[in-house]
Design a protein. Structure first.
Length: 82
């Protein structure tokens, strides 16, 4: 499952307006998905952790979720050519 697919799953939650999934490196060197979510009354990490596996493979559910007012942008999204 690609990060964009995980983002779509997270954004299908009724209280999530934006989602961004990035790979984070664990001490073992393994890459795990980490999500940032934004919206009104964003669900907490426990709710998203419980809600997500029913909609995507457990191995691709985010290892952590962080609620924020707006999601950070990927480097390619934040730099725009004029």
């Amino acid at each position: 499952m690609e990060p964009a697919e995980i983002e779509r799953v997270l954004m299908s939650h009724p209280r999530v307006r934006e989602a961004l999934v990035l790979a984070a490196e664990q001490p073992s060197g393994a890459q795990v998905p980490v999500a940032y979510v934004a919206g009104e009354r964003v669900p907490d990490e426990a709710e998203l952790t419980e809600w997500g596996p029913a909609r995507c493979r457990a191995a691709w559910c985010p290892a952590a979720c962080s609620a924020t007012t707006t999601c950070p942008r990927r480097e390619t999204e934040s730099s725009t050519a004029t």
